[in-house]
Design a protein around this ligand. Structure first.
Ligand code: ZN
Length: 163
């Protein structure tokens, strides 16, 4: 099994550190490695594409452009809301994250992007939209997926139980 390289239909375990704008913003250090089914879109496409052919123990530095990561900033995802529509307990400061419900009651995360007098500009983009992602990765496990995993489109392990 040690000659396995990453291809579609395999369950991959990966250690990773994610750098954005020169800062470490996420890492598997001190956690379980990230486990996913290759080829099933479980991870961002720009990273998944770079894993094909990697072998157990191999490391790689992967730079993912914004459009292959969390997407470009969507200019339509900025919305101006009058300040008096915010509950008084919410501090109106740039960078504050808040949960907003749309007309269907769906919860969405937004950040206060700008304060223009009585008008508050909310940014509904993913916090990593428009950002180049730099990953340091190491493949720490590769195995064939089970029939059930292939059917479900994700990996199963002791941490992942579902109906
Ligand atoms: Zn499943």
């Amino acid at each position: 099994m040690s000659n396995l390289t990453v291809q579609d239909g395999q369950v991959v375990s990966m250690e990773y550190t994610l750098h954005v704008d020169g800062e470490i913003i996420d890492s598997s250090d001190g956690h379980e490695p990230l486990e996913f089914l290759q080829g099933a879109g479980n991870i961002i496409p720009g990273l998944e594409d770079e894993l094909y052919g990697m072998s157990l123990g191999e490391t790689k530095n992967v730079v993912v452009a914004a459009e292959e990561g969390y997407g470009e900033l969507d200019p339509d995802a900025f919305i101006d809301v009058p300040a008096d529509q915010f509950p008084p307990e919410i501090p109106l400061e740039v960078g504050i994250e808040l949960q907003v419900h749309d007309e269907n009651g769906q919860a969405m995360m937004a950040r206060i992007d700008q304060i223009n007098g009585e008008s508050i500009r909310l940014d509904f983009n993913h916090p990593l939209a428009g950002k180049e992602l730099v990953f340091d990765i190491k493949i720490v496990g590769v195995r064939d997926a089970t029939e059930e995993e292939l059917e479900h489109g994700h990996s199963h392990n002791e941490h992942h139980h579902h109906e």
